[in-house]
Design a binder for this molecule. Structure first.
Ligand code: ZN
Length: 318
């Protein structure tokens, strides 16, 4: 067994499935006020977009990304999936958000209190379950459509729907998470890591069958800041009986994927990714131009005209 790698500080990004890219863009930028930091294509299917929304600098722990798959069926949130993705907003800002959601007709519930925090549950236009959670300041907020005192800072955390809490709880402890005591009003178990953003993972037991489709999360990526950290975690997970993929170059970070929560044949469990901080979203665009044009990984550059012709035009003018 190799030595234990440094604890994982939190989430790097969350990748979800959407329906219409234009509707997705307008909700995440205009309504939620995130910044489009990368407009690219799915590297495994370059005829569909991969849209990245984040804070002003695309900080690790702030990016929500989408594959808008036209013709995809609506999904069903259930076991083996991220069931809710929560964003951090400043203390005292939920009233601003409640008014905004009322005005804009966003599908939401009344705020609830959980683990001493104020939580506003809502859904995006595809029905993806989301929350805003008040908490300490972090990240570099993008303030184009939401004022700084209310702007989303990045992730608060995710909830994972699991059939059996035990194996995922054990994996999270291995990754450096510790169980948190507190009042949840349901049977969730909370784990927390050390990061300033995206440090929370809740486990919610369910027998409900999940199906992938728009309105569901595809995978959650955790931060392994350096390539060395990632390699050490890859070795460690392999020693524990998981089956992590080789390192894949995703242009803006390096990725390793594995199924969390079970060690049998890499099946079942939520799809986890380990992603590095480097090289980051500014590797191929200057900071002030992030998201302003279609960026393709070099291997797709020769196919740019065909790819652009296959993509639904995305209007980003206000
Ligand atoms: Zn990913």
């Amino acid at each position: 067994m190799t030595s234990t790698p440094p604890p994982i500080p939190g989430i790097h990004h969350v990748t979800c499935i959407a329906g219409d890219p234009q509707e997705n863009y307008e909700f995440y930028t205009d309504t939620l006020g995130l910044r489009l930091v990368k407009r690219s294509v799915n590297q495994d299917d370059p005829t569909t977009y991969h849209l990245f929304y984040a804070d002003a600098e695309g900080s690790p722990g702030s990016s929500m990304t989408f594959f808008p798959w036209e013709g995809m069926q609506s999904g069903r949130v259930g076991a083996g999936q991220v069931s809710t993705t929560a964003f951090r907003v400043p203390e005292g800002s939920l009233d601003f958000w409640l008014d905004r959601f009322e005005e804009q007709g966003v599908d939401h519930d009344a705020p609830v209190k959980r683990f001493g925090e104020r939580v506003l549950p809502f859904r995006d236009p595809d029905g993806l379950p989301l929350e805003l959670v008040e908490g300490p300041d972090a990240g570099v907020p993008w303030t184009e459509s939401v004022p700084e005192e209310a702007a989303i800072r990045g992730f608060h955390g995710v909830a994972l729907a699991v059939r059996d809490v035990g194996p995922t709880a054990e994996l999270l402890r291995t990754m450096g998470y510790t169980e948190v005591d507190g009042e949840a009003a349901d049977d969730r178990t909370r784990f927390e890591s050390s990061g300033d953003l995206g440090a929370v993972v809740d486990l919610v037991p369910t027998d409900r069958e999940g199906t992938q489709g728009y309105g569901t999360v595809h995978h959650v990526a955790f931060r392994t800041p350096t390539d060395e950290d990632q390699a050490a975690w890859r070795d460690s997970l392999t020693d524990l009986g998981f089956q992590p993929t080789p390192v894949i170059d995703r242009e803006w970070f390096h990725s390793v994927y594995f199924r969390g929560g079970t060690r049998e044949a890499n099946t079942g469990g939520v799809l986890f990714e380990l992603a590095t901080h480097e090289p980051g979203y500014t590797v191929d665009e200057p900071l002030d131009e992030l998201g302003s044009s279609l960026v393709l990984p070099p291997k797709f550059e020769s196919m740019r005209s065909q790819i652009e012709a296959a993509l639904q035009p995305l209007s980003t003018d206000d």
